[in-house]
Design a protein around this ligand. Structure first.
Ligand SMILES: *[C@@H]1O[C@H](CO)[C@@H](O)[C@H](O)[C@H]1NC(C)=O
Ligand SMILES: *[C@@H]1O[C@H](CO)[C@@H](O)[C@H](O)[C@H]1NC(C)=O
Ligand SMILES: *[C@@H]1O[C@H](CO)[C@@H](O)[C@H](O)[C@H]1NC(C)=O
Ligand SMILES: *[C@@H]1O[C@H](CO)[C@@H](O)[C@H](O)[C@H]1NC(C)=O
Length: 165
């Protein structure tokens, strides 16, 4: 009975450790909007660009642009759809190499005012929670083996700790 209890306890500790492992494993990604260093510009298909990116909570957007011509404003969906730059949510514009922290699992909308939104300078970014099992899902079997090697090592350590000498 006692043995079972302590084994269950160790199992729980292991599961917590695995969760920590997963959280630590995914580094935040900096997504260059439009794909390059200065690609916040007219006539780039940002719908096409964002459809090839995976945005997760904690990632960053990078807008590279000519600050004398363009700007970056966060707006809501209605404003995004109709290119309305009045009463925006947040002004991302600083020096033209500007970043934005994606802190929530949400859809974010950005546009450039001064008429450039009508030339295609708007982007919608759908941000998801970091998946709970990124190692297993993204890297397949090798990571599976790797995780189990870590598990076995941890188990061995755990056993060594609880065995009375
Ligand atoms: C942009 O790309 C999307 C998805 O590939 C496509 O549906 C859309 O027609 C394109 N828009 C323009 C303006 O080319
Ligand atoms: C979006 O923002 C505009 C401008 O601030 C505002 O008039 C409108 O009510 C907002 N729409 C929604 C759905 O929040
Ligand atoms: C956004 O911020 C920049 C830099 O602070 C400023 O120059 C610009 O006027 C602001 N744009 C709007 C629309 O408020
Ligand atoms: C960015 O957002 C994440 C998630 O909320 C937060 O942990 C982090 O501190 C933020 N970073 C900065 C520099 O604001």
């Amino acid at each position: 009975m006692e043995g079972l209890k302590s084994r269950v306890r160790w199992l729980m500790i292991l599961m917590v450790m695995i969760r920590m492992l997963h959280v630590d494993c995914r580094q935040p990604v900096l997504h260059k909007v439009g794909g390059g260093r200065f690609t916040w510009a007219p006539n780039i298909n940002f719908t096409e660009w964002s459809s090839h990116e995976n945005f997760y909570v904690g990632d960053w957007l990078y807008f590279g642009f000519d600050k004398y011509t363009y700007n970056v404003l966060e707006v809501n969906k209605t404003s995004y759809d109709n290119c309305i730059d009045k009463d925006f949510i947040y002004n991302v514009t600083r020096g033209g190499r500007d970043v934005y922290n994606l802190t929530e699992a949400n859809t974010y909308f950005f546009l450039s005012s001064r008429g450039y939104c009508f030339e295609g300078m708007k982007v919608a970014v759908q941000v998801r929670e970091v998946p709970p099992e990124p190692l297993l899902l993204n890297h397949g079997f090798r990571s599976y083996v790797y995780i189990h090697a870590i598990l076995l090592a941890t188990l061995a350590t755990a056993c060594a700790c609880i065995l009375p000498f």
